[in-house]
Design a protein around this ligand. Sequence first.
Ligand SMILES: Nc1ncnc2c1ncn2[C@@H]1O[C@H](COP(=O)(O)OP(=O)(O)OP(=O)(O)O)[C@@H](O)[C@H]1O
Ligand SMILES: [Mg+2]
Length: 1022
Amino acid sequence: MSADQLLQAQRYQFVTILGRSSVENFETILDHLLAWDLLNWEEYETVKLSRHLFSSSRNLLDVIICKGTRACELFIVVLKNIFHSSQLSGLLLMNYNPPEETDKSTATSLASQTLQKRRPDLVRKLHGRTAAVLALLHGCGHFSKYECDEIQLPIYTPSQQARKLLDLTKGKGDDAAHVLLEYIESEPGPIKLVLDNACIKYQEKLSSTLAAQSRFLTNYAGTENMCLEDVYVNCILEITNTTSESGCLRSLIGLEDIFGPDGVLNKDADVVLIIGEAGSGKSTSLQQMQQLWATKQAFQEFTFVFAFSCRRLNFIDTEVSLRMLLFEHCCWPDDHQDEVFQYILDHPEEIMFMLDGFDELKFQFTDEERHCSPTKPTTALNLIFNLLQGNLMKSTKKVMTSRPSAVTAMLRKYLQKEITLKGFSREGIEAFIKKCHSNTSNAEHILYFVEANSAVHGLCHVPFFCWIVSNCHEQLMQNSGDFTQTMTDIYLLILDHFLLHFTHNSQGVNEILQSQIATILHLSKLAMDGLISCNYVFSAAHLQEAQISKEDISLGFLVHSHSFSRAWTANKNKNYEFLHITIQCFFAALYITISDNVGESTLYSLFKSREKGTSSCMMSAACIESFPFSCLQSNVEPERRRKTMLQEAEKSNLQITANFVSGLLSGRHRNLIQKFSGIPKQSKKYKLVKNYLAKGIEKHFLSIPPAVGEEKKSMHALPEFVWWIKCIYEMQDNDLAKQAVSNLEVDHLKLTYCGIGPVECTALAYVLKHLKNPMGLQLDYNSVGDIGIEQLLPCLINCQSIYLRANNISDRGASKLVDQALGCCNLQKIALFHNNLTDASAQNFAKLLKHKKNFIALRLGNNHLTAAGAKILAEGLKQNNSIQFLGLWGNKVGDAGASAIAAALENNTSLLWLSLVGNNIGSEGARALALMLKKNTILEELCLQENNLIDEDIEHFIEGLQNNSSLKVLKLSNNKITKKGMEFIVTALKHNTTITSIWLGRNQMTAMEIEEMTRAERRLTF
Ligand SMILES: Nc1ncnc2c1ncn2[C@@H]1O[C@H](COP(=O)(O)OP(=O)(O)OP(=O)(O)O)[C@@H](O)[C@H]1O
Ligand SMILES: [Mg+2]
């Protein structure tokens, strides 16, 4: 289909993509079209005039389609340049060449024409420099003062100002255009100007403020003063690289590389988002970045760094301008405020904004209200939303953290890249415990204990849990690890730990809890009211209303909220927050379980499915307005109010609270809770919750569509499924787990991209081990890791296949998996594509092949196996006659490895499919494989794409193919084969009737040769 037909046929999709994009993206597209002469000025103005992006998009498509096929091709080239491939994934698009570079003509063309030809590049380069260029042009007499002011009107974004400047300069003629181009040439990239005194002073003040703020970890404030530097350990940061040839590959990066070129989804956006689950270390990572900048250890390309906590931004209730936000709520310049602010505006590329906890904002992100003025006040939220969109301070770097649930499609449009924070690795846990305990033998003792208790080890993958475990190790070891299994167990430990410290006595846990019941009730009421109104910072008034005394505070669960506002400091206003939001959730759960006020409807709202809810994560304005925090404290119909508000409260915190409620109601803790509240209502709450969980899971199963035709019945679980499973695990009720899966009748359970880490693996295994019939478990693209593998082992017995693509699994994890697999007769397929396996794993897989006589498929693509590993694997292969699929794509087995595998397959009677794609195989390997084909009687598909095969290597296949009667498909695309090689194949095929197709695309042949060959042999595929 030609490009104009493509545009016409998919007009609706194109309009939707363009219409839903941002104005900035749309104008950048127009820049390219102007530069390539695809639009004239009249058309440009007409297209731009429409008020809505959707109608502009329609106009633009009409104009382009009228201009013929080549114009449509170039338009598609521009779209591919500007949009990320995932945004265009629903479209059928071809690859076209961009226009030829016309260096010579550019050199000879007039300066004003150059402005147009280089428009996209110049718009980018003029960012933040418009004021300087205007001053220059004004100085040379090209621009009047009025024109300069007009261009710099704050209603225009920096890119729009740059475009206005270009358009006006073009109108002024060649001389003006020369001045502008010379200026840009003389300053090719953003350069850091020598700071004047006022800025230096401000930089010093800002860095000492940030250094002081980030020095200590806030959640330690109640118990100890722990320097970040002393305990900080690198977490796992993962980035998705979509530019890779082999599709979406994920790689690990360091905190200092987050602004690097990897993983960029949208070049025009400048927000880097770090997502991670509760307690995974997002706030701590930003704190570390602040510390590194403030102490000059990293990020020195930024002159100023402004850090904000979204939780505290909720508290700004007056309108503020950008200037006020930076100066009054971050750091005040002691003198020359105007100059400092102007410097900030003029040098956006030297500024970094940090926004922590985007999920904690009370309102959902919207791009409806545009605000471009840095000095005009608006709500703090609107300022933040416009900063993210680039309407304000475009080209500044923004790094933001959030839990996954708050990231909406609308927000994604403005993200440059997404990085996933995955907590501690195995080594990270070890390093953290060693850092927390300077006494080496103590540290080793704790580590030994943690590693020996699988569930505790799994929990430690989440840094906050690891902190609790490390802090409470004494109680933990006294209890013996067996008792500590769940998240609730861990949080009860910390409760116990703080109370012990506080009371300084050696009473038993139950006695302490009972003696402190009043305090616990006060804190839990405060937590609950905060949870349902999305409030995580509490003023003195809030505390007073919740009857929180000084004594209650000194227990350590409430810590000072950093006062970032000058106004607040002046008022000596003391605000508090729970030392971690999950601690607030835990107290809210305590309230729900022990308070007599909480009835069935509150529990129901907490456990009801939110998968299809409209406001899935943040409150609607109406709800906040109708239920201000203070009204929660009154006694009017608390149950009804709570129920309504729970429906709107932040989803991820509600789910965590529900996990804790399940845990607290579990048989193991029921006695404790009952003693606590003195009322025997818990069994009723327990029955209710158990019922909700069983029903929730059942509903999920009922929604699974029946299998189509011969396909297997497969279920793609939603993230909520994992939450239910976690609640069941927290309850530690085997009957419930059994009941939950008793109706699950699927052949394949798909849990890809579900945020599954070791903690979730523990819960999954707890439930899935009760499955009646074995099934396939697909866990691709999660963070299972080696620790998670250990957690999964108990349910492996019920798995026919296990898929663990891209899960950070190393040889250690693979070895545990294989050991367990040997005893699981149902397990027949293992897929470990794109992990960190090396030759050290080969021995294990060889063992698996040797001993597991019913094993069918092993996929180890994209790992780090070399010839040595392949040779060991081949030994296993020789002794196995059940394996049908072996995938080694993207390793480095080379000629020696391929030869070993080929030799092992000569007499094999089971393998149907072998992939050695991209393995650096050349002549020697090819010869061995060709020889194997001569003898092998079973292999049906051999994949050898992306190797180094040349014509002479193909010659060996003639004999192989002529003597083979099983091979159906031979894939040789992307090698170095020419027409000569192809002729060998045609010759070979004359005597082979089994082959159905030979893939030969992307080799070294002309279009004519391809046509000729296709005519000669129709089984060749290009
Ligand atoms: N990299 C780290 N090194 C050492 N300790 C860490 C690290 N990351 C997190 N922690 C510990 O875990 C605690 C919780 O981490 P943090 O507050 O950063 O989690 P979070 O991802 O921001 O959670 P939330 O989603 O609730 O905001 C920290 O206060 C600290 O004790
Ligand atoms: Mg946080």
